[in-house]
Design a protein around this ligand. Structure first.
Ligand SMILES: CC(C)(COP(=O)(O)OP(=O)(O)OC[C@H]1O[C@@H](n2cnc3c(N)ncnc32)[C@H](O)[C@@H]1OP(=O)(O)O)[C@@H](O)C(=O)NCCC(=O)NCCS
Length: 161
């Protein structure tokens, strides 16, 4: 059993890929992001594709960009509700000085509760953002709508939770 205080964040390395895919498969079995997608993220966002390591295990990951857009995050199922998701989120928040923002499936109630708990607000909904679902757009309070609209989103790489 992993202890919170022993977990540490570091940049993704290519050898982590199978563990990331395992986490992804549990998080999103029907709409899994491919190996190629994750490796593309590693190329494009090498400093902000972050894994959380506990001993030899990878317990979760987060991918974000410097506009504060969270592209994807997940925690291994057996490690959930221990504060690891929050640790990853706080790591991203420290980097993204203007706040964080993301899209999430309307049906993903757990993640929506998680983001609300971390102080994010739903500021709108993007109809049909996913093939089969709308996406509430969540932002942390310090990012203004104007700045968010200005930013590029790497939408060709977005994961589909
Ligand atoms: C969302 C996710 C990353 C949260 O990770 P986590 O490590 O379990 O979250 P934390 O333990 O840091 O949770 C912090 C708080 O958020 C809230 N929270 C987290 N998951 C929740 C859930 N499923 N339902 C309700 N509230 C939740 C709780 O208030 C929790 O505090 P508590 O456990 O003391 O009550 C994880 O559930 C996950 O990987 N889900 C699948 C992938 C996914 O949906 N990613 C987000 C896509 S945008």
């Amino acid at each position: 059993m992993a202890e919170k205080h022993l977990a540490k964040t570091r940049k993704f390395k290519a050898e982590d890929i199978n563990k990331i895919l395992e986490i992804e498969e549990q998080a999103s079995p029907k709409t899994i992001c491919s190996k190629v997608t994750f490796l593309n993220y590693a190329d494009i966002l090498p400093d902000t594709f972050i894994v959380l390591e506990s001993g030899k295990d990878i317990v979760g990951y987060i991918i974000f960009d410097l506009t504060g857009h969270i592209h994807s995050t997940a925690v291994k199922q057996s490690y959930r509700r221990r504060g690891f998701g929050k640790m990853l989120f706080m790591h991203a928040l420290r980097w993204a000085h203007k706040g964080l923002w993301l899209e999430v499936r309307s049906r993903n109630r757990g993640a929506i509760e998680f983001y609300k708990r971390l102080g994010m607000k739903i500021v709108g909904k993007i109809p049909n953002y996913y093939e089969d679902d709308d996406a509430p757009l969540c932002v942390s309070e310090i990012l203004s709508r104007r700045k968010r609209e200005k930013h590029t989103t790497f939408s060709d790489l977005s994961c589909s939770y």
